[in-house]
Design a protein around this ligand. Structure first.
Ligand code: DGT
Ligand code: ZN
Ligand code: CA
Ligand code: CA
Length: 592
């Protein structure tokens, strides 16, 4: 499972809540450690609501934590092997084995049966744990979100011992957030990839293109749009195999839910594939602008072709490139199609030479097993080689906040030694960096005497998120002004679908970075995508270098580089704007 690095405990818990809320279990797939941990955690919560044996509760919590942190997938292990893991006894080993096979276990289902389903849903609310849920249930007979809302509005919560007005308002806010999350939750790119993978299983190679915001490389995806040239009746039949629910089925378009997300299929013929793909890729604003350009020339552009309004003839296009050329413009890549000035640039042959994935020589934010990552230094170097990188920037956490196993001075020194050894015989050089905390007062979590010896330093905000905008901005500005910090990590601090960006004046941060010659990170973790396209665009305009980092905690996460590159392309970044295109020596020099 992809763990989020900092504030490990708090953040995995919120993530867990989101997953719990969605509550799905995928058959036919190996059950992930995250899923197993979730089920054990849920068991602990149910037992706590039911006021069962505290030792038993603690055993489930501990097992959930251990498994949630483990690199090896436990689903494949036998109960005997499971027992050898510290923190897992024979009873729980048996349960883990059952979850791996069935997604659940009898005791869990039994406990679930003793608690109202709405109360379990309530556990996903911020500020509601098992103890609170029990009190609400037993004292006020609250069993659903609606019950809770009514009680809070009727000021009945404050009658409970230990619950004040503040708590009442907190519940109302949490309910609103949960409802909104359910309605408008956009997919991360990682989720979108899983949905697309599933859909691809029933599609024939060469008969479809993924369009929409996914193709444009956006940081989050509302729904998946696909153009197909397959026979509708045949494909529709196959799609029902993977659909959770079919919303609309037809010869021209079909919509369904897959893994909880909406997928729209548009059918077309090969001869009109170009215009349909152009239309369905969007964006809507881009489509509208392009249609205006066509109209000025006396043509009507739509998803089926271009009609000459004076002659009445219709041109069909099987490829998008032919449309751009017909309109007298340079081809515009999907990432730029937002009506942010790209159409004029294409007409005047002034489009940027965007950075390409093949130009990326490094990943500049990677965690190792020295902190909360899964790979040790030699394994990291191997993984870097496999990605064709000449170097990787290893940036484990500083120990200042006392969370997520941060590194102190002696640990950093030992890590330096291990890196030196690894670098002797690897084509992928590990640069020794750190992700140092920018503390609430703008100082760093490690002293200068340590930071000055590191190759490249990322400074990130990992605490006191609710500071007022001016305080937060000045906090980050002090980090930019710190001579030892080279890059500001995930500058807005958002966690997609879970935590809003903190209040920060980004134009001011960008201006300060430009002034000081510091870089801003484009954190390519699908849970962050931070900074996003518009801020990248502004940074690029102001000459601020962008550093792409996957914030990887395991080998699979390194593949997230693609997300970051696409995002930077959306921000009009050229190779010269991106630190990852530099050679290892070039980067060292830049940072020194
Ligand atoms: P999303 O799904 O919210 O992440 O964003 P998109 O861009 O994928 O939007 P979606 O799925 O609503 O529609 C897919 C494409 O269809 C969109 O990018 C452009 C096109 N489209 C949708 N509505 C309109 C419209 O009203 N006019 C025009 N010209 N095109 C539209
Ligand atoms: Zn971080
Ligand atoms: Ca879409
Ligand atoms: Ca759509």
């Amino acid at each position: 499972m992809h763990r989020i690095n900092e504030n490990a405990y708090v953040e995995t818990r919120t993530k867990k809540k989101v997953r719990q809320e969605r509550g799905e279990y995928m058959e036919g797939m190996e059950v992930s450690n995250g899923k197993i941990a979730d089920q054990l955690h849920l068991m602990a919560q149910l037992l706590e609501i039911l006021e069962e044996n505290p030792f038993k509760i603690r055993a489930y919590i501990r097992a959930a934590e251990v498994i949630g942190r483990l690199a090896t997938p436990v689903a494949a292990l036998s109960p005997k092997d499971l027992e050898t893991i510290a923190g897992i006894g024979p009873a729980i080993a048996e349960k883990v084995h059952e979850i791996a096979a069935n997604g659940t276990f009898p005791e869990l289902e039994e406990a679930r049966g003793r608690v109202p389903p709405g109360l379990i849903e309530m556990l996903t609310l911020e500020g509601v744990g098992p103890k609170t849920a029990r009190v609400l249930w037993k004292k006020l007979h609250i069993e659903t979100l609606d019950d809770l809302e009514k009680a809070a509005r009727g000021h009945r919560i404050r009658t409970l011992k230990g619950f004040g007005e503040k708590k009442e308002r907190g519940f109302l806010k949490a309910i609103a957030i949960a409802r909104q999350r359910k309605e408008e939750r956009r997919m991360t790119r990682l989720e979108a990839d899983l949905v697309i993978e599933e859909v691809k299983r029933v599609m024939r190679e060469g008969t479809y293109d993924v369009a929409g915001s996914y193709r444009r490389g956006k940081s989050t995806i509302g729904d998946i749009d696909i153009v197909s040239v397959d026979t509708p009746s045949t494909l529709n039949r196959r799609l029902t195999q993977i659909a959770d629910e079919v919303l609309d089925e037809g010869e021209r378009k079909t919509s369904f839910r897959c893994r909880g997300s909406r997928v729209d299929i548009r059918y077309t013929t090969r001869s009109t594939l170009g215009t349909m793909l152009l239309y369905l890729t969007g964006s809507k604003a881009f489509n509208i602008r392009l249609r205006e350009i066509a109209l000025q020339k006396g043509w009507r552009l739509n998803e089926y072709g271009i009609r000459d309004l004076t002659l009445g003839t219709v041109h069909e296009f099987s490829r998008e490139a032919e449309i751009f050329s017909f309109l007298g413009m340079d081809p515009i890549v999907p990432e730029l199609r937002e009506d942010w000035g790209e159409i004029d640039a294409a007409l005047s042959h002034n489009l940027p030479n965007l950075v390409e994935r093949s130009q990326i020589r490094s990943d500049l934010h990677v965690h190792s097993s020295w902190s909360d990552g899964n790979l040790d230094i030699p394994a990291l170097a191997k993984a870097g080689e496999a990605h064709g990188y000449t170097h990787l920037l290893c940036t484990d956490h500083s120990s200042s906040l006392g969370i997520a196993r941060g590194l102190d001075e002696p640990a950093l020194r030992r890590q330096a030694h291990e890196i030196e050894i690894s670098n002797r015989d690897s084509s992928c050089q590990i640069l020794h960096g750190v992700e140092v905390d920018i503390l609430a007062d703008g100082t760093t979590g490690l002293p200068s005497r340590i930071l000055k010896d590191l190759d490249v330093v990322i400074g990130s905000v990992h605490s006191a998120f609710s500071q007022e905008i001016d305080v937060m901005t000045r906090r980050v500005l002090s980090a930019i002004g710190n001579e030892h910090i080279d890059i500001i990590g995930h500058p807005t601090g958002r966690l997609l679908g879970q935590r809003e960006a903190y209040a920060i004046d980004m134009p001011r941060v960008i201006a300060a970075a430009a002034e000081a010659g510091k870089a801003l990170e484009c954190n390519a973790s699908p849970f962050r995508m931070d900074i996003d396209d518009l801020h990248i665009r502004e940074a690029v305009t102001k000459g601020v270098p962008i550093s792409i980092g996957t914030d990887s905690h395991g080998p699979g996460d390194l593949a997230w580089m693609d997300y970051g590159v696409k995002l930077c392309r959306r921000g009009w970044a050229e190779p010269g704007n991106i630190l990852n295109t530099m050679s290892v020596d070039g980067l060292r020099e830049w940072a020194s």
